[in-house]
Ligand binder design. Structure first.
Ligand code: LMR
Length: 398
């Protein structure tokens, strides 16, 4: 019956993480998957989250089906987080938001919506982008193209080429943009560059799709939401998928949201209706617990303050690790420019290592980074950074 089914080639990120778990070598180092680890190597349970969980469990509420679009308190807390308290777009009801199963779930619901209501639109993603973006949009039946983004030669952004491509693509094309902490490169446009993109997107009638998976890991929780706020203020219509996997260390709770900023409240109501229809035919409604943790942490003033401090500490630990690795490599590889560790933002650095070098790292040194050369700086700690620098220096010198 099933002989014709294609074998699954595996996922470039999750399969590598599985291979790491199975690796018996004691000194192995996991810098592959985008997860924040503490300095002791463990995935943190944030104190703000632990307290919220304790309160929710103690309250012992029932577990009915949620509304298709998710819990009202979670959706409204997400809107406040993304756009700030009292933002005109939220106050006027022109933002349609659903609670989703991780931000992957929201990306896919949005992709299904686009396939139905913008069937002629192609999707344009940065070169490179998160490995799963292409698969998700293609899985929804859309055609995926790339726009120039990362500059191998400088380790920066190919901004002119990016603009040139976006100026030339068909109207109503969907343009996927990372609102902060670009995955996989850590290279973000400056505010000046975003300010140049806004009129371009508007004049060319493009449909931006923001992915905001790392809010708080760039500059701050507020500053990392600058792009959606600027887009909304400029009157753009756009999608934004956001996640609490990293910012609340809630990976397995699968908690995210999809918001669509529309020209007016009437269109937002239409969009929300069709997002609900998409959800109902896929998984009916999202789970309760993760969304209630998010709502509690975001709306309880004491928990919110605690969470903001915890996010700051995670961000600062990553910056400290960037500096350490940079300093160690600069000593071991004199003359080699590794300043990208200092200039790139968020969890990831794009090292420029070749596939052969990446394989050597894994096989000879048990250091796991992605085949693309992406290194998760959030997996470094005071116990493994020296070994990582030794391994990298060996393969980079060879
Ligand atoms: C990553 O990029 O490593 C994370 O977002 C995890 C994932 O699902 O790929």
């Amino acid at each position: 019956m099933f002989k014709h089914v294609d074998p699954y080639a595996g996922d470039p990120i999750l399969s590598l993480n599985d291979a790491f778990q199975k690796d018996p070598r004691p000194g192995k180092i996991n810098l592959s998957i985008g997860i924040y680890f503490e300095d002791d190597g463990r995935i943190p349970v944030l104190e703000s989250v632990r307290r919220a969980e304790t309160q929710i469990v103690a309250e012992g509420g029932p577990k009915p089906y949620q509304p298709i679009e998710g819990a009202a308190n979670c959706r409204s807390a997400v809107q406040q987080l993304l756009f700030g308290a009292g933002h005109e777009a939220v106050a006027s009801g022109r933002v349609a938001t659903i609670q989703s199963v991780g931000s992957s779930g929201s990306l896919r619901v949005g992709a299904d919506f686009i396939h139905r209501y913008f069937p002629a639109s192609g999707v344009w993603v940065s070169d490179p982008t998160w490995d799963n973006h292409r698969a998700m949009f293609e899985g929804a039946g859309l055609t995926v193209h790339t726009y120039p983004y990362y500059d191998d030669a400088t380790g920066g952004l190919r901004f002119d080429a990016m603009q040139e491509t976006l100026r030339a693509i068909p109207k109503r094309s969907v343009v996927l943009l990372h609102a902060c902490c670009h995955n996989p490169t850590g290279v973000d446009p400056t505010r000046e560059q975003w300010n140049a993109l806004i009129p371009l997107l508007r004049e060319r009638e493009l449909l931006p799709y923001l992915d905001l998976a790392y809010q708080g890991y760039g500059e701050s929780i507020e500053a990392d939401a600058w792009v959606p706020r600027a887009f909304a203020e400029a009157g753009l219509s756009f999608f934004i998928a956001n996640s609490f996997s990293k910012s609340m260390s809630l990976y397995g709770e699968r908690c995210g949201a999809l918001s669509v900023v529309c020209p007016d409240a009437a269109q937002a109501a239409l969009v929300l209706g069709q997002l609900k229809a998409t959800v109902r035919r896929n998984y009916s409604s999202p789970p309760i617990f993760g969304g209630q943790i998010v709502a509690r942490v975001l709306t309880d003033p004491a928990l919110r303050a605690l969470w903001e401090g915890e996010v700051k500490a995670m961000r600062e630990r990553i910056v400290a690790m960037r500096k350490k690795l940079h300093a160690m490599l600069s000593v071991k590889l004199p003359g080699r420019n590794v300043d990208y560790f200092l200039t790139q933002h968020g969890m990831f650095s794009y090292t420029g290592l070749s596939q052969v070098q990446v394989e050597r790292l894994r096989e000879e040194f048990a250091v796991y980074i992605l085949r693309s050369g992406r290194l998760c700086v959030a997996g470094l700690n005071s116990g493994n950074v020296e070994a990582t620098a030794v391994a990298m220096a060996a393969v980079m010198a060879g």
